[in-house]
Unconditional design. Sequence first.
Length: 119
Amino acid sequence: MPIDPAVAGLIGAGIGAIAGMSGTLMGQILQSKRENKKWLLSRKEDAYSNSLRYLLKALNKRSKLTADGIAVLAKEDMPEWFSDLSEAQAWITSLTIYCSEDVRETIDIIRNKKNNLNK
């Protein structure tokens, strides 16, 4: 039984429309995944760089020299030093959100060492 040309054309148009919509949907899904990966990488870079910035800032903060020539932190600069440590802790905590599972243990060790400094 032959198919009417109008029906065949309608079926062909329907198949073409479904294929076009499927291609568009797949393209949007793939683009969304790429953008999510880029966003995650950007957040991870921010967390790493800010963690290092505040850790180094706290580690290298000095304000006086002793008679022996040793660099020390003055008492009046302690609040700023603790602020830098707190900021480093916040960024290290955010690292645990964005980093991979194998890196989390190392970050937790660093965070626990920092917490022990405050005691």
